[in-house]
Design a protein around this ligand. Structure first.
Ligand code: USQ
Length: 383
């Protein structure tokens, strides 16, 4: 397949580039380095050094012989977006090119405005580029489980059959996100559904939970191929943060009561899910939605796992609940359905003790680079 990856420099984008190239696909990646820039502006740089895209592509080629291509530019600029399609007609576009941090989206007006405009404009430009230049192309869009929030009923995969006063219709499952970032993904879904049903686009929207890990068959080849692994309060996701805290000797930062439950998955399973989505495209006028998670945990359960495994390798891990900087339920019902991707053939890599120990060992290798000032919450919206 000819695959265009938007947001190619990101935590998921870069491993996805290498994954598809290793499988023999033709891959063009695009990024504007905004994540590196806003990480620097908010003093939230990743743990491991990450060479830029061109340099990583060179390293990957030297080691594997596989070619990757990249273009650096701003996808909010529609002319730049269109120029990509004049040189590369994709069969599928994988869209990761969004500001992905909930805390960043609520840090202040400028960050909120950037998150809103960047995320929606890039999605909207993608729709128009497809309509104008590649109407048969399949869009695989990264959404988030956070679109649904934490409803007091089971979470279906994207849609809900509603019966009202004796009549029935299927609607998008109700969405009520807990941050502005997550809300931009709700708005993306609405945009995509409008254009899909009206102009016969082919779209798969992946409702993904928090991802953890750094190791994939390709990132293991050389440390210069590692993804950007964040442990700060702004871009770091929970498991990755706890791994670094355990290694740094900082008590694990459970926010509030720690009963917040989410659906997690290993980085390798993101790659599998995205590949399954690409190989099973939506039909014209169809919006497919999958819930992309492999197992659910509360914050307290994850803290307990990391403490147990950390202690077993001599780390002496402490857990210390702190006031929750976010506004979110800390004790709630959570039962998301996730059979769609399993039915397509997803083989989950679960969070076993062995896997946790191997992730801790990888972080130990970079222990000297941990900056403890990036760990405690700096964005408080639960005022
Ligand atoms: N949390 C803690 N302690 C911490 C960090 C987080 O208790 O030190 C709690 C949070 O309050 C939240 C849960 O852990 O209840 C998950 O937080 P997170 O930062 O791992 O995840 P979140 O902010 O929801 O966002 C991440 C990604 C985002 C993706 C989302 C999937 O940054 O791009 O969309 O996970 S989901 O959470 O399912 O919406």
């Amino acid at each position: 397949m000819r695959i265009l990856i938007l947001g190619a420099d990101g935590y998921l984008g870069w491993p996805t580039m290498m994954h598809f190239a290793s499988k023999g696909h033709e891959v063009l990646g695009v990024d504007d380095y905004s994540r590196r820039l806003i990480a620097m502006q908010s003093s939230s740089e990743a743990l491991m050094p990450n060479p830029n895209l061109e340099e990583r592509i060179k390293v990957f080629k030297e080691i594997t012989g596989h070619n990757l291509e990249c273009r650096i530019g701003d996808l909010k600029d529609f002319r730049f977006f269109e120029s990509l399609f004049s040189e590369f007609t994709p069969d599928v576009v994988i869209h990761y090119a969004e500001q992905p941090s909930a805390p960043y989206s609520l840090r202040g007006y400028d960050e909120a405005h950037y998150t809103l405009t960047n995320n929606l404009e890039v999605t909207h430009n993608l729709v128009w580029a497809i309509m104008n230049h590649a109407p048969d192309c399949h869009i695989v869009k990264l959404g988030t489980m956070g679109e649904y929030g934490t409803p007091n009923i089971d979470i279906e995969e994207g849609w809900l059959d509603i019966e009202h006063k004796g009549r029935k219709q299927k609607f998008l499952y109700p969405r009520q996100a807990g941050s502005l970032y997550h809300t931009t993904k709700v708005l993306d879904t609405d945009l995509l559904w409008f254009y899909t049903r009206t102009f016969k686009l082919k779209v798969t929207d992946l409702m993904q939970g928090p991802v953890y890990g750094v190791s994939t068959p390709e990132t293991d080849l050389d440390d210069r191929l590692l993804p950007n692994f964040h442990y700060d309060d702004i871009f770091g996701t929970l498991v990755n943060r706890f791994l670094v805290q355990a290694v740094a000797g900082v008590p694990l930062t459970v926010y509030g009561k720690g009963g917040q439950i989410r659906g997690y998955l290993n980085l390798n399973d993101t790659l599998q899910c995205v590949e399954l989505a690409c190989m099973n495209p939506a039909g014209a006028g169809e919006l497919k939605i999958y819930n992309q998670l492999t197992e659910t945990f509360s914050v307290n359960e994850l803290a307990a796992i990391i403490k147990r495994v950390g202690d077993s390798i001599g780390l002496n891990v402490e857990i210390k609940p702190i006031p929750n900087p976010r506004k979110e339920p800390e004790d709630h019902y959570y039962n998301p359905k996730n059979t769609g991707l399993l039915d397509l053939g997803l083989k989950p890599h679960y969070l076993t003790d062995d896997l946790t120990a191997s992730m801790l060992e990888k972080v130990i290798q970079f222990k000297d680079l941990i900056d403890e000032s990036k760990i405690m919450p700096r964005v408080i919206w639960n005022k």
